[in-house]
Structures are given as C-alpha cells and as structure tokens.
Design a protein around this ligand. Structure first.
Ligand code: 4AD
Ligand code: MG
Length: 462
C-alpha cells in the first residue's frame, strides 16, 4: 500500500477507503477504551486524527507512542464525528518506527520560546511555527523562480568563491587552503597568496551582482539566487553572516524600470504567499502576529511611495523625532530612520532614490549633480531595507574614475570593466534579501527564525 500524505487525506471524501499514513505524533490523549493521536507528516500545518480502539492493541505498544514518536498507521478514512476535523482514520494497525522518550524529548511540552528553540535548531522544524515558516520559505523560493521564468529572465549561477569585493565594503570571509600556522610570506612579510589554492586571495561572495551584469549584457535579463556571505559583526534581528539573495540584472532598464520591477516582484511574491500558503499564514497570524495577513494585503493593494533620499532627510529633520543617529544630509540611513518613514510617516512601503555617492557602492550610476548616485532602496514596515539596487554606471571613463578615486584594485576588475569597453548600455538591477522577505511574509521578528540553520557572529552550531 502506498503512503498517503496528510495534506491530501484532509481534503479527501473517499470515506471508508483503506489508507496508510506515516508521521510524527503531536499529541496523544484518551482513556482505556479509545485513544486519539494527532499525527503530522509535515505536508501541511494541520494534523490528522488517528482513532485507536485501545483494547484491540498491545498495551505496551500504545504506551510507547508519545509526542515526537514516528509511527505508521493503516486504517479506514472516515468522516469525523468530532469537532475540528472533517476526516479521521480508524486504525487497523499501528507500527512504531521511532520512539521519543517523554522524559527527555525536548519538545514534549508546547509553548517554548523562539530563543530556546534556536538552541535546538535541529528539532525546531518539528514545531507548528517552524513547519509553517519553512513551508513558506520553500513556496517563496519556488515563486521567485516562477516569476522570473515567466518574465523570460535566465537563472544565472554566480560563483560562491570569488577574488572580488562586489560591494567594496571589505566584509568578507577568506577562502584559503594555506596553513594558518605556517603562512608563506613575501619579501615584505605579507602573506604570499600566490602560493594559495587559487594563486590569489579569495573569499566567499558578498553578492553575485558583478557576474550578473556580465550575463545581463548578453542574455538581456538574468537573476541570481544563491547564498551570500558578510563578515559584518552586526548582531541584529535583521542581519545574518550567511544569507540568500535574489539579484535580477536587466539590460536596457533604467532606474524607473528597476523600481517598477522591484515593486511588481515584491507584490507578486506576497500575493503568491496569500494564495498558496494561507493555512500557514493563518496559523502565524493567530500565534505570532495578529496583523500579518492584513499587512500583507495592504502591501499588495497599495502603490509604494517613491521619493528621493533628500526628500526623506527633509521629512526626518522636520519630524521632531529623536533618533539615536542624528539626521543630516549624507547620513547612511539606519533601520530607525527607515522604519520611521515607512511606519510613522507614510504608513506604506517606500522606495528612496538618489543617495549620496559617498555611502553607496562604486558601480552605481553617477548623477549630474556629482554628489548623488542613481541608487534605490525599498523600505518595508517592520524590516527597513528589504531591497537595495541601482542603475549601473555604464560609462567606462566615469566608472574607472570612481574605482581609482576609491583606491580599488583596478587591475583585478579588468573583466568587469570590459563590459563597459565592449557593447556597454544602460542597465539596472537590485538585490532582495531572501530572509528579509521571509521576515515580512511570516511575521517572525528575528531573522534567525526564518533560515533553517542561522550563521551569526559566534554561532555556527548546527
Ligand atoms: O544592499 P545590498 O548590500 O546590495 C547588494 O548587495 C547589491 N549587490 C544588490 C544589487 O544591486 N544586485 O544587499 C541587498 C539586500 C539588502 O537590501 C538586504 O535585504 C539584504 O540584501 N541583506 C542582508 N540580509 C541579511 N543579512 C545581511 N547581513 C544582509 N545584508 C544585506
Ligand atoms: Mg543596501
């Protein structure tokens, strides 16, 4: 007999048919005549009720079936007389695959804090909340590929090991096979990376953008979707050292096309979640964040505000609000400023453009005013920056001048500069932080709770 998944059985009307289900026991209750097991197999947030006629089963077997145990049940699917479910399974046989000793099983009780569950990240996916979060994570990944595939964009696999620093922020994890206790040195006593595996210093990528640009200037529209790494020592609820980023890059798009794409993309993803993950969203709405679904619908149904960085600074200055980081033109906006604009002032997602060049990366298109660049950040309620992007500097001379001005290793970027030497054109792109999107869609408060095994400073246990 083939195993049925609970998601299908809960919708089934094939009453009296024989079924086989396998899953983990969420709860067991009952008395000497009948026992009820709530079984979950991960396919859906809801449990299937298994009804066990206690006298016809081995008492020792039933004693060992506790919360967390894995069992297989053969029986009849019937219409349920009880409340809370439409169908249930009357067990003919029960097979115990794996016990979970109630004396020591960490999830024996319900209602653990998310902080505690982080310490048992290997088990937390067995809880309702994390089951919902990781099913939504999957759905969002799928929707991202679907969106771009339907647009005719190509999925580009950017390298994970690279010799360049795409963001120029220097917050990189070194990749090396050199022996740290016995480093080869050059004559001037620096580490001799020519002896390293790749013959040069390499690191984990902070962004796939530069490679995305190379491909966009050949394939038209591309996107990357992969892990990125930042060795920034930010212990905040919105930063990870290893996170996933989606980076579309599109030839012929200017900053306005880029904003339109970002807004359409985010709305598509949130709408996809509302249409395809409603069971999980309803659970999270009731248990984690009472305004979640309302907020998601609001974002889908309202136009994002668009304004310049300069305009935002004026609003912040006029607000009279006391910020931890004082506001003035040139300030790199912090989450507190971004959230003030989105949550207090506009009460709506905001796209800010034309940031000061000094606080943005070298590749952004320089505006004629010589002090701003054609950057765009999308700011979301509860999150702050969810997307960062820009129109790119396509002019060879201007790009080279900026690289030199910043003292970047111009020789190492020869391949990037080649795109501006040969067949250059207007192009734009952005990066969406996948876990920031998930924070928004799930209503979870801490970014460590939307990635299976978070990597943060001093934490790489699982
Ligand atoms: O703004 P960022 O640094 O932009 C880039 O990396 C560009 N190369 C993107 C592009 O234009 N192709 O990062 C993009 C997004 C941020 O808006 C944020 O959502 C997320 O990536 N992000 C992080 N998410 C989690 N933890 C971190 N440490 C993050 N740093 C950035
Ligand atoms: Mg940014």
């Amino acid at each position: 007999m083939n195993r049925s998944v609970i998601k299908d059985l809960l919708k089934s009307t094939e009453y009296e048919s024989k079924v086989l289900v396998k899953g983990w026991v969420r709860t067991k209750r009952g008395n000497n005549t009948v026992a009820f097991v709530a079984l979950n197999d991960g396919s859906i947030i809801h449990n299937l009720q298994i009804v066990i006629d206690v006298p016809s089963f081995d008492a020792e077997l039933l004693r060992r079936i506790n919360t967390g145990a894995c069992i297989g049940v053969k029986g009849s699917l019937v219409e349920s007389k009880g409340q809370g479910q439409k169908v249930e399974v009357i067990a003919d046989t029960v097979e115990l695959y794996g016990e979970a000793d109630p004396e020591v099983y960490p999830l024996q009780k319900k209602g653990h804090s998310f902080e505690f569950l982080r310490e048992i990240a290997h088990l937390r996916v067995r809880t309702n909340t994390f089951g919902a979060v990781f099913r939504i994570r999957h759905a969002m990944a799928f929707a991202i590929h679907k969106y771009f595939n339907d647009m005719g964009y190509f999925y580009l696999h950017a390298p994970i090991i690279t010799a360049s620093d795409a963001e120029g922020a220097g917050e990189m994890f070194r990749v090396s096979t050199l022996d740290p206790d016995n480093l080869p040195l050059t004559e001037d006593k620096k580490v001799d990376y020519s002896k390293d595996f790749f013959g040069k210093a390499t690191n984990l990528t902070v962004s796939g953008q530069l490679e995305g640009e190379l491909a966009a200037l050949a394939l038209g529209g591309v996107y990357t979707f992969g892990p990125t790494f930042r060795a920034e020592n930010s212990n905040t609820p919105r930063h990870l050292a290893e996170f996933w980023m989606i980076e579309p890059e599109v030839a012929f798009n200017d900053i306005n096309d880029n904003m339109n794409l970002a807004e359409d993309f985010l709305k598509y993803l949130i709408n996809y979640a509302l249409e395809n993950c409603l069971d999980d969203l309803e659970f999270l709405n009731s248990m984690v964040d009472k305004e979640l679904i309302e907020r998601l619908k609001f974002v889908v149904n309202n136009k994002f505000i668009r304004m310049s960085y300069e305009g935002a600074i004026e609003i912040l200055l006029a607000s009279g609000h006391k910020f931890e980081f004082p506001v003035s033109w040139g300030l790199d906006l912090q989450a507190e400023h971004e959230r003030y604009l989105v949550e207090k002032h506009f009460k709506c997602p905001v796209i800010l453009t034309d940031y000061p060049r000094e606080i943005k990366a070298f590749y952004m298109k320089q505006n004629d005013d010589k002090r701003t660049v054609r950057a765009m950040d999308v700011l979301f309620p509860r999150i702050g920056e969810i997307i960062g992007g820009s129109q790119r500097e396509e002019n060879f001379d201007k790009l080279l001048a900026r690289i030199r001005e910043l003292g970047m290793p111009e020789k190492e970027l020869w391949w990037y500069l080649d795109t501006r030497r040969y067949g250059t054109v207007t192009h734009s792109g952005f990066g969406l932080g996948f876990e920031r999107l998930l924070l928004f869609v799930t209503g979870m408060a801490n970014i460590r709770d939307v990635i299976p095994f978070p990597r943060t400073p001093k934490n790489a246990e699982f």
